[in-house]
Design a protein around this ligand. Structure first.
Ligand SMILES: [Zn+2]
Ligand SMILES: [Zn+2]
Length: 603
């Protein structure tokens, strides 16, 4: 327990918990289970109130017990539903499928608690002689608040996840937010302006120290706030300078007009005459009038194939390639497969999502289950009429993505899915898992373009073909290299990918159906982005009455994926329904709390 004043203390558990002491009991700011016990020893009158900075599950450990012991639960005005009506969140299909808007971000609590009061900007309360003022500080979440605590001539700010020590962020992906009528999907760092206003409000409040939820206490608030404001702008500039969104939504980037260091947008070229573009599909037509189709996201593709056959342009459809799992590329694949008897090929990462979508909770995911007949190996080639096709893993727009080279008629056509446009890289949604680092993510894609030297690149959403110059490919690779460092400085973790990639820890399957009396199997999967091996410990917080597996752990080599397997027996007689099972994570000796979940649907 750290003493900031005689009556204001910080309990350091998996988060920092504010403890305000007075004769008539304690007030906690956020909570974790051990904090409640530790405070019980200090404050014989118990915990009278818990005030939350935001709704995240890792901020609320031990809350159910505190609330049933009589503590008043006080929450940010904008997030009341995420405390007292969480069932609506978990039952909402919009929070599960076709995810384009991902506010509120997981992790949401699994059970509701009654809320005594909600706080708005400027609200105050007295606890003994300690005065507390509420400040609305959105950014990390839409409703986040900070608490300014004045005691004994000192002002302490408890800020949740607004910023960390040194002017860093606990995570970058939570700033994903749509601007100006766009979905969150296109809003990489979209909450930065809102966060900047929150930081300015905090700066004006002139606290002596800031207590963030994660990491050390900030002894130099003004310095940390200034550093974070500067980093946010510099990182956004770097992202924008090679962003494909400049091609789709130029109005989002007018602040950078005339910037010569931002990559120029390429002119389009006419596609070769043997290609057709329909919806998000490219179709290759061979000399003997067969069609090779990439993706099938809408009924229009099937209608067009029918029209091409009636018009004598094609006789049959003899191949399907799936570029990536997004709904606008796969929704109609089951109908396509019923209509056309041909081999479906996909990269292993793509096949994993489209054949078992319930196992994943990632952006734009479709519940349509597709069949994949052949999972391609890296660099595997096959002949299709006069064309030679070669398949690659292509982790660009999303990690679950393939690239296809088609050589024929004197051309080298590269089908890049949604991963590049004439404006650059489509890395505008952090939840798609755009990883930084040499050989990962877009760096891997660019290295492949350098090697393959395609004559034409095709994006599923763009009618024209395009190509990058060698210098542009180099510019994008250098940008990514610089970003690993600058975004690394923005992020409180030892490697930026922990802060960028929400899915560095994930439950597989995310969702499954189990009959009461049977067992559910869940693997807690972790990608280790560190230079050394890391131990991950995991525990499932199963509903009462279910067999609760003990904590288990695994050692994951540097740069690799690993997992901790669990088997959970669902007792006979368990009522049907969807059960959210949080996974509590410890990583490299650091407890992180119940930051992920699996869903078990009992039938
Ligand atoms: Zn949080
Ligand atoms: Zn896509």
């Amino acid at each position: 327990m750290i003493h900031l004043t005689e009556r204001v203390r910080v309990y350091t558990g998996h988060i920092n918990v504010g403890v305000l002491l007075a004769d008539d009991g304690a007030v906690l700011i956020d909570c974790c289970a051990d904090a409640a016990q530790a405070v019980g020893r200090l404050a014989p009158a118990g915990v009278g109130k818990v005030a939350f900075t935001h709704y995240h599950r890792d901020q609320t450990g031990g809350l159910t017990a505190l609330a049933s012991a009589g503590a008043r639960v006080c929450v940010p005005e904008g997030e009341r539903d995420l405390f007292d009506n969480v069932e609506a969140h978990w039952a909402d299909p919009a929070r599960r499928w076709h995810l384009y808007d991902d506010h509120p971000f997981p992790p949401v609590r699994t059970t509701s608690v009654p809320v005594a009061q909600s706080y708005a900007n400027g609200d105050t309360f007295l606890h003994g002689d300690t005065r507390v003022t509420v400040l609305h500080t959105p950014g990390h979440t839409n409703g986040s608040v900070s608490y300014l605590v004045d005691d004994d001539g000192r002002r302490v700010a408890f800020v949740g996840d607004v910023l960390c020590e040194g002017g860093r962020l606990w995570d970058i992906h939570s700033l994903q937010k749509g601007e100006e009528g766009l979905t969150d999907y296109h809003g990489f760092l979209g909450a930065r302006a809102e966060l900047a206003e929150s930081l300015e409000r905090l700066r004006d409040a002139a606290p002596d120290v800031i207590v963030p939820s994660h990491g050390g206490i900030i002894q130099d608030p003004q310095g940390a706030i200034a550093a974070l404001l500067e980093r946010l702008e510099a990182c956004y500039d770097q992202y924008a300078s090679v962003s494909a969104l400049r091609f789709y939504f130029p109005r989002m980037f007018t602040e950078f007009d005339g910037r010569e260091d931002h990559m120029p947008i390429r002119d389009g070229m006419d596609p070769p005459s043997f290609l057709r573009h329909v919806g998000t599909s490219w179709i290759v037509v061979s000399d003997n009038r067969e069609a090779y189709v990439m993706d099938c996201g809408s009924p229009r593709v099937l209608e067009s194939l029918g029209e091409m056959r009636e018009g004598g342009e094609i006789d049959s459809v003899t191949g399907l390639w799936i570029t990536h799992y997004h709904d606008d590329h796969v929704d109609e694949i089951p109908a396509f497969q019923a209509a056309h008897d041909c081999v479906t090929r996909a990269d292993g990462t793509v096949a994993d999502v489209v054949t078992r979508p319930a196992a994943h909770r990632i952006p734009c995911i479709s519940p349509s289950v597709a069949r994949v007949d052949h999972v391609t190996a890296e660099g595997e080639s096959w002949e299709w009429n006069e064309f030679r096709m070669t398949a690659y893993h292509f982790p660009g727009q999303t990690y679950y993505h393939g690239g296809l080279l088609a050589e024929g008629h004197g051309t080298r056509l590269f089908f890049a899915g949604d991963s590049f446009t004439p404006g650059g890289m489509d890395d505008y949604c952090a939840m798609n898992r755009n990883l930084l680092g040499r050989g990962r993510g877009y760096d891997r894609c660019l290295a492949l373009l350098e090697e393959l030297k395609p004559t034409h690149i095709f994006n599923c959403h763009v009618d024209a073909a395009f190509a990058f110059t060698d210098a542009q490919v180099l510019q994008m690779r250098e940008n990514l290299r610089a970003r690993e460092e600058s975004f690394g400085d923005l992020c409180a973790w030892e490697h930026v990918n922990y802060g960028l990639d929400m899915h560095w820890v994930r439950c597989d399957p995310y969702e499954q159906r189990v009959a009461a009396g049977d067992a559910a199997t869940v693997r807690v999967c972790v990608t280790n982005y560190s230079d050394g091996a890391r131990v991950v410990g995991a525990q499932l917080d199963t509903p009462s009455g279910w067999s609760a597996p003990a904590t288990a752990s695994a050692t994951i080599p540097a740069g690799a994926d690993g997992s901790v397997p669990f088997r959970v027996r669902v007792p006979l007689g368990t009522p049907s329904g969807r059960y959210v099972v949080p996974a509590d994570i410890t990583y490299h000796g650091r407890p992180l709390g119940p930051i992920r979940e699996a869903i078990v649907e009992v039938v």
